[in-house]
Design a binder for this molecule. Structure first.
Ligand SMILES: O=C(O)CCC(=O)C(=O)O
Ligand SMILES: [Fe+2]
Length: 231
């Protein structure tokens, strides 16, 4: 199994550790400036419409190529603002990021609890644009247990706009993460990094998340038919 020290430059992240969250979550508010946020959003909204995949409760697009079951069919299609964001996030890592997933959520939209799967190294780095949200963490489904989602919820991570969150170790490997379909998040005591905004009810606007990850195996033999395929 890939260890945290193989993946992250621990000395650069340790100060940002969310100590009350399960291991390991790191959170950096205001990681990017308002200008950087604006240029990323401009770039994302300039992308041609067919690049977006529209789902029931969000839409998404990918840069970096197509993630197969185990490897990345890589395409170097990162626009400059995204490339520079990836370089900045890579300062915390021992391996370069090679894939970007953009999700757009309207207020009231979310993503079901899930794990990100085996193609990626056990690391999620996400920058939030346009709005904050709360990412909920859940215990994995245990064969014998019929615990409800609310019983399995361990807590939430407040993801403010322009922040960076880094998720690794057991939170990546064992737990599930998801965003509930709400129009407002209350920063109660279950929000691990919510101490500065405790008690606030934060309305959601349209949020665009930029999730940067590392696909371990890169397949450089690309065929044009794959380029048209789905992730
Ligand atoms: O939007 C987010 O912050 C989470 C996205 C996510 O978990 C995913 O796309 O796998
Ligand atoms: Fe995810």
């Amino acid at each position: 199994m890939t260890t945290v020290s193989e993946l992250v430059k621990y000395d650069k992240l340790i100060l940002h550790r969310v100590a009350t969250a399960p291991s390991s979550v790191y959170y950096i508010p205001e990681f990017i400036t308002k200008d950087e946020e604006e240029s990323l959003l401009n770039e994302i909204y300039q992308a041609p419409k067919p690049k977006w995949e529209v789902l029931m409760n969000r839409r998404l697009m990918n840069y970096g190529g197509i993630v197969g079951k185990k490897s990345l069919f890589a395409v170097d299609d990162f626009p400059p603002p995204l490339r520079s964001l990836m370089n900045r996030v890579s300062h915390f890592l021992n391996r370069p990021l090679n894939h970007a997933l953009i999700n757009e959520y309207l207020p009231g939209q979310g993503i079901m609890a899930h794990t990100d799967g085996p193609a990626f190294l056990p690391l999620i780095t996400t920058v939030s644009l346009g709005s904050s949200t709360v990412l909920d963490l859940y215990d994995p489904v245990d064969g014998n247990s019929c615990a409800s989602w609310s019983e399995r919820r361990r807590g939430g991570i407040l993801l403010e706009r322009r922040s960076l969150v880094v998720i690794t170790q057991s939170v990546y490997e064992k737990m599930l993460h998801g965003i509930s379909e709400k129009t407002e998040d209350t920063v109660d005591e279950t929000v691990f990094n919510g101490e500065k905004r405790r008690g606030e009810a934060i309305g959601r606007d349209t949020r665009v998340s930029v999730t940067l990850r590392i696909v371990d195996k890169v397949n450089t033999r690309m065929t044009s038919s794959l380029l048209g395929g789905r992730v």
